[in-house]
Write a protein that binds this ligand. Structure first.
Ligand SMILES: Cc1cc2nc3c(=O)[nH]c(=O)nc-3n(C[C@H](O)[C@H](O)[C@H](O)COP(=O)(O)OP(=O)(O)OC[C@H]3O[C@@H](n4cnc5c(N)ncnc54)[C@H](O)[C@@H]3O)c2cc1C
Length: 504
């Protein structure tokens, strides 16, 4: 059956859902609350001074990824989408420089073969370099100790936290030095409360099957070249969402921006849906009557829209709360000391080090295409600005201290901290006069909760929605954070489904 469909949310999940529904013959309307389509896969712009070939001063506008800058190459769905959109020739690997970890014990290169910081080869020189001799000795017990306890947990379906598993198998030092910075920096979470299955799906099973945790990591990472677990797009990830938007418009799909779906109701048990649509000032501008709704918003918004429909199951007082949000500070600096990429592609930071950022990406070291744009070769091929670099620092840990910098901090606070943190993390002195321009990008609901009452509320909502006719839920709070998980989830839910579900 087909008919009319409303997709709520214009991030990658909503855009892809709209594309698939249109292909299946639905008359689709997509509504995005902000003026920017793409959600966390969208560009921002930053002007920097430059010069023409003849030396005339000019302004160069840099386009940068406002959120996601890469995608995990595991699984097939995201790569298949990139190919389908004709972007296969634009796929690029990050520079093979490796990344660093910054913890209470100092900075060291991150082991190349790893998963959420858990090393896959305990005999690799980079693992030995990152650990003390005693720490390495303890880690090697992983290769000898029986896996019975974890096989039992797997068989019984007991939830296992990252900290429990890593400290038991590899010791506290591996947890503190290698794993905590990754879980904190990438997943904004504490390993003591994060379920292994959420951040590394399949790892517990792989470890039990392989006989040790490190062998499990190696098995899961088997087909992937060490260090190249992600890919990017020449020109930025927003090319993916940009192509989706263009194709939707060309296909005649109604794509609305700056309109928020403020309320949903159902007309009869198996009936149609009615959506109340507001403008940015919350004035109701129109109602829409459709056969099917796909919610591609964050979990908190989904709860507010759906809880009124079944208050017995979805207690309005027990809904999930918005988390802390995060802020990205982007600096374009003139700094010869960064030319050799002293921290590779970037640094993940453990809590408690005095550095307030949770991660730094040396974007121009990581992506050759971006370095070319920023250093700007002239007609002679010689870079106009050889010492120019883009650094991206992220702020805001879930459950951080009250004075933690993040979403609610002012631009001034964030940019001042970013300059100090960038110097501390790279070891390169940086002063205000080295900064050519900077910007702050804020994300209100970037990382869905991975545990606790908010997670349970969202899981209850997903379970309830499964039985509601004409309703689908998609997005990172349903399928897991990251483009690979989100795209695979959309394909399973409304798209080209089943085959890919098995692969991901
Ligand atoms: C800073 C940052 C960096 C990241 N980096 C990476 C990375 O490098 N690699 C990776 O794989 N993943 C990364 N991610 C995660 C990845 O971007 C997300 O998992 C994914 O893009 C989520 O897509 P989505 O469509 O579910 O949600 P979103 O992109 O959040 O889109 C949801 C959309 O719904 C809209 N909306 C909300 N409420 C309403 C309403 N009532 N009516 C209409 N519209 C509404 C919002 O405005 C938004 O545009 C990053 C995320 C952030 C924040």
């Amino acid at each position: 059956m087909t008919g009319s469909a409303l997709v709520v949310g214009g991030g990658i999940a909503g855009l892809l859902a709209a594309r698939r529904l249109h292909e299946q013959g639905w008359a689709v309307t997509l509504a995005e609350a902000t003026s920017v389509l793409g959600g966390t896969v969208s560009s921002r712009f930053l002007d920097v001074p430059s010069a023409s070939d003849s030396g005339t001063p000019k302004t160069q506008t840099l386009e940068l990824d406002g959120g996601a800058e890469s995608y995990a190459v595991r699984g097939a769905a995201m790569q298949a989408l990139v190919d389908e959109l004709g972007l296969d020739e634009h796929v690029v690997a990050p520079e093979p420089l490796g990344s660093w970890l910054h913890g209470p014990d100092g900075a060291h290169p991150a082991p190349r073969l790893g998963l959420v910081g858990i090393p896959g080869d305990l005999h690799a020189p980079d693992v030995a370099a990152a650990l003390s001799p005693a720490g390495l000795e303890r880690a090697l017990e992983d290769e000898r100790a029986p896996m019975d306890r974890w096989a039992r947990a797997l068989a019984e379906g007991t939830s296992v936290t990252v900290a429990e598993l890593v400290s038991d198998r590899l010791g506290e030092e591996v947890l503190r030095r290698l794993v905590s910075p990754v879980v904190a920096g990438v997943h904004s979470a504490d390993p003591a409360v994060v379920d292994v299955e959420r951040v590394a799906p399949g790892l517990l099973r792989a470890a039990v099957d392989a006989g040790s945790l490190s062998a499990g990591v190696a098995a899961l990472r088997g087909g992937v070249t060490p260090g190249a677990a992600v890919a990017g797009i020449d020109g930025g990830m927003a090319k993916v969402t940009g192509r989706l938007v263009t194709s939707l418009r060309e296909a005649g799909v109604t794509v609305l921006r700056g309109v928020r779906v403020a309320a949903l109701s159902r007309m009869g048990e198996d009936g149609r849906w009615w959506a109340q649509i507001s403008d940015r000032d919350d004035e109701v501008v129109r109602g829409l009557d459709v056969d099917r709704v796909v919610l591609a918003v964050d979990g908190v918004t989904a709860w507010h829209l759906l809880a009124p429909l079944n208050q017995d199951v979805l207690d309005p007082a027990a809904g999930p709360q918005l988390g802390e949000g995060i802020a990205l500070a982007v600096l374009v600096v003139e700094a010869p000391g960064l030319d050799d990429a002293p921290r590779g592609t970037g640094v993940l930071v453990s809590p408690g080090t005095g550095v307030r950022a949770k991660a730094l990406t040396h974007a121009t070291a990581k992506w050759a295409w971006l370095r070319t744009v920023v250093t700007r070769p002239g007609r002679d091929g010689v870079p106009r600005h050889p010492h120019r670099h883009m650094l991206r620092l992220s702020y805001g840990r879930q459950g951080g201290d009250a004075d933690e910098l993040g979403f609610r901090s002012t631009d001034e606070q964030l940019l001042a901290a970013a300059l100090e943190d960038a110097a501390a993390l790279t070891g390169v002195p940086l002063a205000e006069e080295d900064v050519l321009n900077s910007t702050v990008v804020r994300w209100r609901a970037p990382i869905p909760p991975q545990h606790g009452p908010d997670r349970e509320a969202m899981d209850a909502l997903v379970r309830w929605a499964t039985d509601v006719p004409g309703l689908d839920l998609v997005g990172s709070w349903v399928h897991g954070t990251g483009l690979a998980a989100v795209v695979a989830g959309v394909e399973r839910t409304v798209g080209r489904g089943a085959g890919l579900a098995a692969a991901d």
